[in-house]
Design a protein around this ligand. Structure first.
Ligand SMILES: Cc1cc2nc3c(=O)[nH]c(=O)nc-3n(C[C@H](O)[C@H](O)[C@H](O)COP(=O)(O)OP(=O)(O)OC[C@H]3O[C@@H](n4cnc5c(N)ncnc54)[C@H](O)[C@@H]3O)c2cc1C
Ligand code: SF4
Length: 587
């Protein structure tokens, strides 16, 4: 029996980007906020000291910043007819743990989604009508660009994003991304400098008529003080960025950009090493009364609260809802139910290129330094007659080439011995790749549910992922990779090797941590779990915020939109919910 603690006004579950933004906004409002984080407290000066931060064995190979699989994992299968098995090491994606969440070890590429994304089903139906594949379960988000734009701007200012606007208030701006939606502000910081490989790509793309732009980056190009008064320094291109914390206060993250201001507030408390086990509902099932959590000794406690906000990342957002009996579990056989619905991923494509006469100095880099093009993304090209919808963001972003992982050798090279060593020496400096991070559209048989067999150490069912790439996405992947090959061919490489999505989803190679859906937003409670304010239908004092709300995934990275949704939910709570607490917001 959990022991009951004194009540608070707000409980937040998880202290990543979404949780820390909401905690700060609601503490600003004067509310008493307690945030629960299952992992340890992390602090830049202590945990990411410059003397220890660039440790490839510790952070990349041994995955120190990631959730331990023994604490919690998920089971996986490709289709509903298969038996799912547990993931015993992280491969395909890298879930975070501890204050900052995956925002510590992310790469920092920070796109906004395009305006049509928020009404994707309506938009594509209007444009392609009967051509749209019946396999897809695309949905509108129940919101629109005018409602999202101010919150994107708020997140960019908070994180100090470095970039170049392509569309300022409807006027196209040379040098930026011409496909982005109209922005109310220029990026808070100018683009970062570029290394050689992105410049070579941009030159080739320009010669072919594309319009390259600097990838919008949470790696700061210059010293910056954000609206919370937190100071950040310029990126040094140290090359230990993705999968690492930044020692230099240069990569925006919750622990660099938000939590230093948050911990100064007397009405904020963080409880780390405390795992939330479920949300508690009253006897009507329509009001959350708090949460149950386990502390580091394993003891269980009940924390009563007026308002519960779950920001525990896609997987745990959905699992907590299923474990708490919130929403009807999704059933792919009948296409009914909402909790677990429309789970989607990202489709990873690339072309690897080996040159004879180039030196890219690949150890100089960072997670989000690079140049991209958007002509092959989403609906930025005419899909009539192509047999698919969607596309990908194409870019060269050299993240650094650390000594263990970075051994670029052409296919056919022996995996060890003197020939492998000679090939490493020959190719290390003169290798680059073009990536194309592409859309992943939802389909009926891709969903999240509780596993009937496998349990965590506390005896609770693991989350089960049922996922494979829709035929639509495989066709899209082949098409866009072919177009990327056309660019690669003009760049003068000795050898190049395309990689598109041909087989089934496989959990072993890292693809991206851009897992979305399962507790999606929308205007219709029969097909969505939360309204456009991220408020749970029928449980008005519960908000669930994160990429779990995306009904499908465009060809962009998610965190700009996760941050915008966190600001959007906070805005709704501050301006509407608190005026009529306990009611669904109707504006
Ligand atoms: C290697 C890598 C590279 C990435 N690169 C990019 C990129 O370039 N661009 C981009 O847009 N995105 C990128 N991402 C994705 C990005 O990191 C996430 O979108 C973002 O961190 C999500 O923020 P969040 O607050 O929703 O979740 P998280 O950051 O995961 O935070 C959730 C927090 O909740 C805690 N938690 C979970 N369950 C519980 C529980 N039951 N009780 C208490 N606490 C709990 C977790 O420990 C975690 O700290 C990358 C991710 C990874 C791993
Ligand atoms: S590349 Fe830049 S932002 Fe990334 S860890 Fe190094 S200094 Fe920090």
């Amino acid at each position: 029996m959990a022991k009951k603690l004194p009540a608070t006004q707000v409980v937040i579950v998880g202290l990543g980007w979404a949780g820390s933004i909401l905690a700060h906004e609601l503490a600003e409002e004067g509310l008493n906020v307690i945030a629960f984080e299952r992992g340890p407290w992390r602090d830049t000066a202590v945990d990411f000291n410059i003397a220890s931060a660039p440790d490839e064995l510790r952070y990349s190979r041994r995955q120190e910043l990631m959730l331990r699989n023994a604490q919690n994992t998920c089971t996986v299968r490709n289709t509903p007819s298969e038996t799912a098995l547990p993931m015993r090491t992280w491969g395909s994606f890298h879930p975070g743990n501890g204050t900052g969440g995956a925002g510590n070890h992310w790469a920092g590429i920070t796109f906004r989604f395009q305006p049509h994304e928020f009404r994707l089903h309506s938009y594509l139906t209007e444009r392609y009508g009967k051509e749209l594949s019946k396999e897809l379960t695309l949905q509108d988000w129940g919101t629109d660009w005018s409602e999202m734009e101010p919150h994107y701007a708020a997140f960019e200012k908070l994180a100090g994003i470095s970039g170049k606007a392509g569309n300022l208030n409807g006027t196209l701006v040379e040098g930026g991304n011409p496909f982005e939606g109209p922005r109310s502000i220029e990026y808070p910081n100018p683009p970062t400098a570029q290394t050689y490989a992105p410049m070579l790509f941009a030159e080739a793309a320009t010669n072919m008529g594309y319009k390259p732009f600097p990838v919008p980056s949470a790696l700061l190009s210059q010293a910056y003080t954000n609206p919370l008064g937190v100071k950040m320094g310029p990126c040094t291109f140290c090359g230990f960025c993705t999968n690492y914390g930044c020692a230099n206060y240069s990569k925006a993250s919750p622990i660099i950009s938000v939590i230093p201001a948050l911990v100064r507030k007397r009405n904020f408390t963080a409880k780390t090493d405390c795992e939330v086990l479920r949300v508690v509902l009253d006897s009507t099932g329509k009001k959350a009364t708090g949460i149950i959590f386990a502390d580091s000794s394993g003891d269980e406690w009940e924390q009563p609260a007026d308002l519960v906000i779950v920001t525990a990342f896609t997987f745990e957002n959905v699992r907590l809802m299923l474990l708490s009996g919130i929403g009807k579990p999704y059933d792919p056989a009948t296409n009914t139910g909402t909790t677990g619905r429309n789970y989607a991923y990202q489709t990873a494509n690339s072309v690897r290129m080996f040159f004879d006469d180039k030196n890219f100095n690949p150890f100089i880099g960072g997670g989000a330094i690079g140049m991209g093009i958007d002509e092959l993304n989403n609906d930025n090209f005419d899909h009539s007659g192509l047999g698919f919808v969607g596309g990908g963001s194409t870019r060269v972003t050299p993240i650094g080439a650390p000594p263990i992982d970075s051994r670029p050798v052409p296919p056919g090279t022996p995996a060890w011995g003197s020939k492998w060593k000679a090939a490493t020496v020959k190719n290390y400096l003169s290798f680059m790749s073009i990536g194309c991070e592409a859309s992943s559209y939802s389909m009926r048989t891709n969903y999240l549910s509780l596993d009937p067999t496998y349990r965590d150490p506390r005896g609770r069912p693991l989350l089960r992922i049922t996922f494979d790439f829709p035929e639509n996405d495989r066709r899209m992947s082949a098409y866009v990779t072919g177009k990327v090959m056309d660019i690669a061919r003009t760049m003068g490489a000795r050898e190049f090797y395309p990689s598109s999505q041909t087989g089934h989803w496989n959990t072993k190679p890292y693809q991206s941590s851009h897992v979305v859906g399962g507790f999606v937003m929308g205007a219709d409670p029969s097909t969505s779990s939360v309204n456009k304010h991220l408020q749970v239908w029928d449980v008005p004092n519960l908000f669930v915020v994160g990429a779990s709300a995306f009904p499908q995934n465009p060809g962009y990275n998610p965190t700009g939109t996760v941050g915008a949704l966190a600001f959007k939910a906070a805005h709704a709570i501050r301006n509407y919910y608190l005026k009529r607490p306990g009611e669904m917001i109707s504006v």
